[in-house]
Write a protein that binds this ligand. Structure first.
Ligand SMILES: Cc1cc2nc3c(=O)[nH]c(=O)nc-3n(C[C@H](O)[C@H](O)[C@H](O)COP(=O)(O)O)c2cc1C
Length: 194
């Protein structure tokens, strides 16, 4: 006798889907501190992402208060050079209100397929991390803005540009505002072949 397949209409699975669907990119955060242990746990969970050849290409950098202050000055410099001092103050203030900052990097590879696969694995790791935090009530925002490509930022964080590339700067904290989002229905993006 064949064993019946497990039900896919359970409350557990529906709730899991709600976590995946409900996670939003958060821009505005409460200033309530996020427990350090939760971040360490989220990083550990992140490393269970699928990863071809199990190369474990990721590295995680949690930025403390002192490093964030140095980064805020850099953000001010970058935006001043690109726009003006007023825009720089606005940007720096907005970033100063993001409680947690975490940088994720990926090992560089000279082999294009490996590089692509490693980057894909790092993206999956970031998503693991963000979903784990979301389930714990912590919102996050994955950014790849100008600062993440600035060599001064890499120096501040201690990233060796010859051997690592930045996957993202992830800011996190308890959400103040959770925005709405829309997606196309799955039928719009699905092709079923015979
Ligand atoms: C690789 C990557 C880079 C991103 N970079 C930025 C960014 O630089 N600035 C930003 O505001 N959002 C950034 N986002 C977040 C997206 O804007 C966000 O995921 C999108 O608006 C959908 O919203 P949701 O995450 O709430 O579904 C990035 C997302 C990814 C996956």
């Amino acid at each position: 006798m064949k064993k019946p397949a497990p039900s896919f209409e359970s409350n557990d699975l529906r709730e899991f889907g709600e976590v995946l669907r409900g996670r939003r990119t958060i821009n505005l955060f409460l200033q309530t501190p996020v427990p350090e242990k939760l971040i360490r746990d989220a990083i550990e969970v992140a490393t269970w992402a699928p990863n071809h050849h199990v190369t474990e290409p990721w590295a995680f950098y949690v930025l403390g208060k002192q490093t964030k202050t140095i980064c805020l000055d850099l953000i001010r410099d970058i935006v001043t050079a690109k726009k003006d001092a007023q825009a720089a103050d606005f940007k720096a203030k907005s970033w100063s209100e993001k409680p947690g900052w975490l940088v994720v990097s990926c090992r560089r590879s000279k082999e294009p397929t490996l590089q692509q696969e490693d980057l894909a694995a790092c993206s999956a790791a970031v998503q693991n991390l963000m979903l784990y935090l979301w389930k714990a009530g912590v919102g996050s925002k994955w950014t790849t803005g100008d600062i993440t490509r600035d060599s001064r930022f890499l120096d501040i964080v201690g990233i060796d540009a010859d051997h690592e590339l930045v996957v993202g700067l992830i800011c996190y904290g308890y959400p103040k505002v959770t925005p709405d989002q829309v997606r196309k229905p799955a039928t719009d993006v699905l092709t079923e072949l015979p």
